[in-house]
Write a protein that binds this ligand. Structure first.
Ligand SMILES: [Zn+2]
Length: 375
C-alpha cells in the first residue's frame, strides 16, 4: 500500500499533468490481484479508472467507493522535501496528495486487493472509481456517473474516502462563487469629473455587502451560510479613471438552500444601488458552483457503516467533495477516509501510515458486512 502511495505521488497528477500515469499505476496494482478494471481516457491528459469485485448478478447490491486521483499543484520552494517524491519519516508519508486523497485511494485499493486475494465470495458487488479533475471542474466524476448510473444495480451507498481522520461525515456545504463587475466610463486621471469611476462604484457595493447576511435558516450540523469578499480587481493605470472593477464573492450554501434565491438577493442589492445612483451599473455572474451534501443520520446505510466500523458519531465536513455527484446514483453518500483534512492543499502535506492501515481495515469490514452478511 505504501509502495502504491509513493508511486502515485511521483506520478504528480496535477491539473497540468493529468491523471493518465496515475490511473495506469493504480490499474497495474489492481490487476496484480486479478481485479477487473476499466480505464476511461478521453483526452490527452484526463482519465478515470473504475474497478470492481464481487458478483455480477443483476439483482446484487452494489457498494461504491469514489475518490479523486488528481492533486493540486505544489510549489517546491515552500516544501521541506520534493512534493512529488514521497518521503517516509516517523510513520508518515510526505508528498503532494498523500492526504488529499491518494491515501484514501490506496486504502480502498488495498482493501479490494486483500478481499480478492482472500477468496471470500461476495454476494454483491463493490465498485471503486478513481476519478479525474475534482480540484478543477469534477470532469471525472461527471463522466463516471454518466457512464455507470444505469449499470450500477441496487446501489447501497457511496463512500468518498476524502481525509476525515476516519470520522464518518455525512454533510457539507456547497459552493457558490459569484463575480460582480461594476462598469464606469474611462477618462484622463487629471479630469476625473469627465469619467465614471468603476472602483468608486465597487466601493459603494462593498459597503453594502460588508454587513449583509444572506437570508437562510441555520443547519444543525453545518451552521450558517457564509459569504466572504475574497478578490477585487480594478483599474489599469494610476492616471486612468477605471471603467471596470470586479469583486468576487465566496458563498457557502446549505443543503436545501436555493442557489437562485441567493443570486437574486445579491442582484437586488445591485438594483437598489442603481435606483439611488443611475451611474451605478453592475452585473452578477457565476464563477463556480458545487452542491451541498446531506445524508440523514438515521439512513440505514449510515447506520450500517457505524455498526460495521464501531464508530458511533457522525459529523459534517468543512470542505466540499464530489459527494453530491455520487448522490446521483440514488443512494446515500458518506465521506470517510484516512488523513487530516486540515493538511489538504498545503506544503508538507502528509499521511500517517497508521491511518492508512486503519482505513483499509475499516473498508474491508464495511465490504464484508454490507456485501456478504446482509445479502
Ligand atoms: Zn480532495
Amino acid at each position: 500500500m505504501r509502495k502504491l502511495l509513493k508511486q502515485l505521488i511521483s506520478s504528480a497528477p496535477t491539473c497540468d499533468n493529468g491523471e493518465i500515469q496515475a490511473v495506469k499505476i493504480l490499474q497495474k496494482f489492481l490487476k496484480e490481484y486479478g481485479i477487473n478494471t476499466e480505464l476511461d481516457c478521453w483526452d490527452e491528459t484526463h482519465a478515470n479508472l473504475t474497478a470492481s469485485i464481487g458478483s455480477h448478478a443483476s439483482d446484487a447490491g452494489t457498494l461504491v467507493f469514489g475518490g479523486h486521483i488528481d492533486v493540486v499543484p505544489a510549489s517546491a520552494a515552500n516544501w521541506d522535501t520534493n512534493p512529488f517524491e514521497a518521503v517516509e519519516k516517523e510513520g508518515k508519508v510526505y508528498g503532494r496528495g498523500a492526504c488529499d486523497m491518494q491515501g484514501g485511494i490506496c486504502a480502498v485499493a488495498q482493501a479490494l486487493a486483500d478481499i480478492a486475494q482472500s477468496g471470500i465470495k461476495l454476494n454483491g458487488r463493490v465498485i471503486f472509481s478513481a476519478t479525474a479533475g475534482e480540484e478543477t471542474d469534477s470532469c471525472g466524476v461527471k463522466r463516471f456517473i454518466e457512464q455507470y448510473k444505469d449499470k450500477i444495480t441496487r446501489p447501497i451507498g457511496t463512500v468518498v474516502p476524502e481525509p476525515t481522520s476516519l470520522e464518518i461525515l455525512r454533510a457539507h456545504r456547497g459552493i457558490l462563487w459569484l463575480k460582480i463587475q461594476t462598469h464606469g466610463k474611462t477618462a484622463h486621471g487629471s479630469m476625473p469629473h469627465l469619467g465614471i469611476n468603476a472602483i468608486e462604484k465597487a466601493n459603494a457595493l462593498l459597503n453594502r455587502l460588508k454587513d449583509y447576511k444572506i437570508p437562510h435558516t441555520a443547519h444543525n450540523l453545518l451552521g450558517g451560510c457564509s459569504m466572504s469578499i475574497n478578490r477585487i480587481d480594478g483599474g489599469s493605470a494610476t492616471n486612468i479613471v477605471p471603467e471596470s472593477c470586479v469583486v468576487e464573492l465566496d458563498i457557502r450554501t446549505l443543503p436545501g438552500q436555493n442557489r437562485e434565491d441567493v443570486i437574486k438577493s445579491i442582484q437586488r442589492i445591485c438594483d437598489e444601488l442603481h435606483e439611488n445612483d443611475s451611474n451605478f451599473k453592475a452585473d452578477v455572474s457565476i464563477i463556480r458552483t458545487a452542491d451541498a451534501l446531506e445524508t440523514d443520520a438515521n439512513d440505514p446505510f449510515v447506520k450500517a457503516v457505524c455498526t460495521a466500523t464501531g464508530i458511533t458519531r457522525t459529523g459534517a465536513a468543512s470542505f466540499t467533495t464530489d459527494g453530491p455527484y455520487f448522490r446521483k446514483l440514488n443512494a446515500p453518500v458518506i465521506i470517510f477516509g484516512p488523513g487530516d483534512g486540515t493538511l489538504c492543499h498545503k506544503p508538507n502535506e502528509f499521511i500517517e501510515i497508521e491511518q492508512l492501515e486503519k482505513a483499509r481495515d475499516y473498508y474491508k469490514r464495511l465490504i464484508l458486512a454490507l456485501i456478504t452478511e446482509s445479502q
